[in-house]
Write a protein that binds this ligand. Sequence first.
Ligand code: ADP
Ligand code: MG
Length: 410
Amino acid sequence: MRSPLTNPFQPGSDVVPDVWAGRVEQLADWRDVVRPRRHAGLYETGRTILGEPGTGKSSLVRRIARDAAEGGDWVTPQLRIPAGADPLKIVASAVLRLADKAGLLATSRQRVLDVLSRVEQIAVSGFSVAVRGEAGPEPFTALFDLLVELGQAAIAQNTVVLIHIDEVQNITDEAALSQLLIALGDALSHQVEVTAPGGVLVERHLPLAVYLTGLPDFEDMAGARKGATFARRFRTITLAALDEADLLQALQPFVFDGWATPDGNGGLESVQMSSGAARAVVALCCGEPFLFQLAGQRAWNAGSASTISQEEVVAGWRGAQGEASAHVERILNRLPAREHEFLDAMAALPPADRTLTKIAAQMGMTSATKVGPFSQRLDTVRGIIDRGKPYSFRNRAVEAYLTTDWPRVD
Ligand SMILES: Nc1ncnc2c1ncn2[C@@H]1O[C@H](COP(=O)(O)OP(=O)(O)O)[C@@H](O)[C@H]1O
Ligand SMILES: [Mg+2]
């Protein structure tokens, strides 16, 4: 039955939406590279997944974590770091819970008990107290030691540990960030001796994987502070808009067989979408995952017939225009003034004229080299533009907002 109660679209944050689109490469990176390599004891860096708000960073890693947990891996929940919070405390508590799951809390080995009590202290009193309170080893060493014990237990039980830390840009305390990154980075590169078949001792890495997710600002923070060590231990992936083809494919179940929903009498009933409606959703959302869910949700709620029509997509979107604008404004208003001006200047030029020199002139700058750094950041750090010949927008919602009447529809 098509009703708000059975609506499968989820325009919120921090969900794994039922209507999933794309991100095939990133899912395969976990399935075919990160997990198998770490499981086999080979080195593989952590992953830092960055992107503008609403690009689906949290959803992506939540999905990876969900699939991993279903397969028996030891997975932390999404560890969101609120602004100004103590990341070490949050991560220490989560790792302790995994240690419990691994059976480490029941150990009688003194070494492990010592490590546990040191990490418990961090989990309770946090980084600053642990650092300033007593002279002794730095808190990150306790977290590192526990990760090694956990990793050993994972080897014994033939599983993989996955740690997901979200909103990493909120870690503004330099010392805490550095301690956290060192603990995680050292654990990723640590090697232990195991007995291979035939009784020979070999070295292997721990079956431990780390995903950090957050806003692109993190790149500057971590890059500047942790330098080469951080770059060697974490690989950055910038998430950008979804392809139209991926979005259309995500809606194919609606167009072909229909989306199964409860009919209210214990049976199932399917809700269809006309192919025109599917194309309209894809066109309106401009590749933004959040707007895709929003357009789908509103179209579903715009009627009650068993087929979602193109008119319903448009009618639903009209009620969502304010939210769609707010979404793009959230991206634009977070930008430093010069980057925002750069986008405005780029949008004001006809597509064929979007070269660095002409954009600089449009901004009233005499030389292209002055604006080079802004354009570089908008491309590599934020994924909003593409510095091809000519420059173009990768974020199609930003482009539509700056160059057309979008999100208004007639
Ligand atoms: N691969 C995807 N396919 C479809 N919708 C997605 C996808 N990833 C995220 N979304 C939707 O986008 C919205 C924002 O996702 P979220 O992960 O919270 O973004 P971020 O963490 O980057 O701010 C959510 O409504 C979610 O349902
Ligand atoms: Mg998020």
